[in-house]
Design a protein around this ligand. Structure first.
Ligand code: ATP
Length: 301
């Protein structure tokens, strides 16, 4: 029996290793594909962020050029302010975030940071200046410390811990068997969507970039978790230029400007109270979410 067990066990290990490498390769090719989507211009310069003003100027884009997704989007995020984007599923909200991070190039119009066209700067210098908290954070199969320190390689344990405290994930980490040395990811401790997003916030706080993109998770969080993530987000966004893709309107109440995106166009824009007073699409969306959350409360309690 043991004679059979050892080779089978060995095969199992080999299988798992191969499967893992394939997953890594998959990811790598995914990344390479993305890199191929955009290329540095031969005379690309380093992005220099002085104030952090972000501008979208008449931006047109489609993943498939035959199917336009963004149809002439213009807005500005003044230095240190937050602009929030809301709208129905598929309107193109997350696409705005991907274009600002330059996963893809715009097909018409331009995006600038402090007047520099994203197409004319190096991708490495752009990504150094932007922190992104995506909807679905991918954790590396490594320790929780590594996953947070990834925001700023070389960060000390104290710095990692300070970022984790600010992102309200420290107590959770401290409660795991090996604390910051606990392995996470597919082969380690599995974290909930909210916990992963906090790790991403800690990463971003550690990186401390002048520009921030926050793509709020679509998956429903309970309201206590939601409020906590929003508070952490507000802390991360303080004094930074931030683009927030919001799926819950409660996130956007304090934004400098709210853009309502529908079918690739901005159909309404303004501050929360002005949009409510206007009684248009935003006001209707707000009323719908309010009644949905009061129904939830009624069902819940
Ligand atoms: P949600 O609120 O559901 O997250 P969204 O407004 O953020 O939606 P986007 O993710 O920007 O929407 O997607 C806009 C459109 O582009 C959708 O129709 C989507 O199917 C399409 N799309 C998104 N990513 C890709 C891709 N990689 N390749 C092709 N089409 C895509």
């Amino acid at each position: 029996m043991i004679q059979l067990y050892i080779p089978l066990n060995f095969l199992g290990v080999v299988y798992r290793e191969i499967k893992q490498s394939l997953t890594d390769l998959d990811r790598m090719f995914g990344l390479l594909d993305r890199e191929r989507e955009v290329a540095d211009a031969p005379d690309a310069t380093e992005l220099v962020v002085r104030e952090g003003v972000v501008r979208f100027e008449d931006v047109h884009f489609g993943y498939d050029p035959a199917r336009p997704i963004l149809k002439g989007v213009s807005f500005e995020i003044p230095a240190g302010r937050t602009v929030a984007v809301v709208g129905p599923s598929g309107a193109g909200k997350s696409t705005l975030a991907r274009l600002l991070f330059r996963f893809y190039d715009v097909q018409g119009g331009r995006i600038t940071i402090d007047g520099q066209d994203l197409k004319r700067v190096t991708q490495a210098s752009l990504r150094r200046q932007i922190g992104i908290v995506p909807q679905d954070t991918v954790l590396f199969n490594d320790t929780i410390e590594y996953n947070i320190a990834y925001g700023r390689p070389g960060a000390t344990r104290e710095e990692v811990e300070a970022a984790a405290r600010a992102a309200h994930i420290h107590d959770f980490i401290a409660s795991t068997p090996q604390g910051y040395d606990t392995m996470v990811g597919e082969r380690g401790l599995k974290l909930s969507g909210g916990e992963k997003q906090r790790v991403a916030i800690a990463r971003t706080l550690l990186k401390n970039p002048p520009i921030l993109i926050f793509d709020e998770a679509t998956s429903a969080l309970d309201s206590a978790n939601e409020r906590a993530i929003q508070a952490e987000l507000a802390c991360a966004a303080r004094n930074k230029t931030a683009l927030v893709i919001a799926h819950r309107l409660s996130t956007v109440v304090d934004a400098h400007e709210i853009l309502v995106l529908e079918d690739g166009r901005i159909v309404e824009r303004g501050r929360h109270h002005d949009l409510l007073a206007r009684g248009g699409r935003y006001a209707r969306m707000w009323a719908m979410q309010q009644s949905a959350s009061s129904e939830e409360k009624a069902v819940g309690g």
